[in-house]
Ligand binder design. Structure first.
Ligand SMILES: Cc1cc2nc3c(=O)[nH]c(=O)nc-3n(C[C@H](O)[C@H](O)[C@H](O)COP(=O)(O)OP(=O)(O)OC[C@H]3O[C@@H](n4cnc5c(N)ncnc54)[C@H](O)[C@@H]3O)c2cc1C
Length: 309
C-alpha cells in the first residue's frame, strides 16, 4: 500500500527545482506504473512517501522535436505516443515495435520512457531500442541556484541494475535519438507468457543497406545481462558485408557470452541466437524467417553429424 502526505504537480523545471529545494524528502513519480505495483505488492513493504512530485506535466519533459538528424523526446513521453505517432512510425520505426510488446493500452497511456529507463530493470524493454538509436540523455540538476543541464550517452547514464546517474533531486529531462528514417527495424521479446510479458530475452535491431551490403547494422539485447547492451562483435562482423544468410548465421554466434543470467544459460543462448537471426532478417524485411532458421538448424545438425559421427 502506498500512502503520501502531499502530491505536487510542477509545470516547469524551474517550478520543480523551486519546490524540491524548499520541500524536503520528495519522490518523483511519472506514470506510477513501476512505483504503484512495487508498493501494492508489498515488495517495498508498507510504503509511505512524505512528498510525491508528479513530473509528467513538466513542459521540458514533454518536448517532441523532430530534426532530420536528431530527434528530442521528453522523458515524460508515454509508450502509447511511441506506438501511435506517425512521425515516430516513420523515423523511429523500432519504438512502435517496442510498444506493441509493451503491456496494454491502459498501461501504455501512463508508462513513460523516462520512468522505464530510470527504473533500470535488466528486463526493461526501452533500453535496447534506445541503444540502437545511439541515444544521449539530458539530466538537470540544481547548483548555486542555477539549473545545470548535462548530456551523456545512455550507456553512461544507466550504471547497473536499478542504478542510474542521478543524485538528490536531479531529474531526467529528455532523450536525444538519431533519426533513422530509411532503416529497417525490429524489436521482439520472449517471456513466460504471451501477453503482459516480462522479457526473458529481447532484441532490438536496425539495418541500413547499400548495394546489397550492410552499410550500418545495430543490434542490442536485454533481459540476459545486468544492463542491456549493444552486440559489438556481431555489428563489426556484418558491417560492409553482403546480405547473405551465412554471414548472418556466423554473426549470430559471436556475442552469446553477453548472457550473464546463471539460470538456464543454454536455453537462453539458443533463444538469443535465434532472436538475433530473426531480428536481423525481419529488419531486412524478409518474410521467410522461420524457414531460414530451420535451414540454419539443419545445417548445424549436419555439421555436428559430420564432425562427431
Ligand atoms: C501491467 C504492467 C505491465 C508492464 N509491462 C512492461 C513491459 O512490457 N515492458 C517494460 O519494460 N515495462 C513494463 N512495465 C513496467 C513499467 O510500466 C515501465 O517501466 C514504465 O515505463 C515506467 O514508467 P512510469 O512513468 O510509470 O514510472 P514511475 O513508476 O512513475 O517511476 C519509475 C521510477 O522512475 C523514477 N522517475 C520517473 N520519471 C523520472 C524522471 N523524469 N527523472 C527522474 N526519475 C524519474 C521514479 O522516481 C521511479 O523511481 C509494466 C508495468 C505494469 C504494471
Amino acid at each position: 500500500m502506498l500512502r503520501y502526505d502531499n502530491y505536487f504537480i510542477p509545470k516547469t523545471l524551474k517550478e520543480y527545482f523551486e519546490l524540491t529545494t524548499k520541500v524536503k524528502d520528495c519522490r518523483i513519480v511519472a506514470g506510477c506504473t513501476d512505483i504503484l505495483p512495487w508498493a501494492r505488492e508489498g515488495r517495498g513493504g508498507e510504503v509511505f512517501l512524505k512528498n510525491v512530485v508528479d513530473v509528467s506535466r513538466i513542459k521540458e519533459l514533454n518536448v517532441f522535436n523532430f530534426g532530420t538528424k536528431k530527434i528530442l523526446l521528453g522523458a515524460a513521453t508515454n509508450y502509447q505516443k511511441l506506438f501511435l505517432d506517425k512521425k515516430i512510425r516513420k523515423s523511429l520505426k523500432v519504438l512502435p515495435q517496442v510498444s506493441v510488446w509493451f503491456a496494454d493500452d491502459q498501461i501504455r497511456e501512463l508508462a513513460t520512457l523516462g520512468g522505464n529507463i530510470v527504473n533500470a530493470s535488466p528486463a526493461g524493454d526501452g533500453m535496447p531500442a534506445l541503444l540502437t538509436l545511439n541515444t544521449n540523455v539530458t539530466i538537470a540538476k540544481f547548483k548555486n541556484k542555477k539549473i545545470i543541464k548535462e548530456k551523456m550517452p545512455l550507456e553512461k547514464f544507466v550504471r547497473g541494475r536499478n542504478k542510474v546517474a542521478l543524485k538528490n533531486n536531479d531529474i531526467l529531462v529528455n532523450f536525444e535519438v538519431e533519426n533513422t528514417d530509411g532503416y529497417g527495424a525490429c524489436f521482439e521479446k520472449v517471456g513466460h507468457r504471451r501477453s503482459l510479458v516480462i522479457s526473458t530475452v529481447c532484441v532490438s535491431s536496425l539495418v541500413k543497406l547499400n548495394n546489397n551490403k550492410f552499410q550500418d547494422i545495430r543490434v542490442a539485447v536485454g533481459g540476459v545481462c545486468e544492463v542491456p547492451t549493444r552486440l559489438s562483435k556481431t555489428e563489426k562482423f556484418l558491417k560492409g558485408k553482403s546480405i547473405d544468410e551465412n554471414n548472418i548465421y556466423a554473426a549470430s554466434m559471436l556475442d552469446l557470452d553477453v548472457i550473464k543470467s546463471r539460470s538456464r544459460r543454454e536455453y537462453r543462448k539458443e533463444v538469443l541466437q535465434n532472436f538475433i537471426i530473426r531480428s536481423i532478417l525481419k529488419s531486412l524485411g524478409k518474410n521467410n524467417v522461420e524457414e531460414t532458421i530451420q535451414r540454419f538448424d539443419n545445417k548445424v545438425k549436419s555439421q555436428m553429424e559430420s564432425t562427431y559421427v
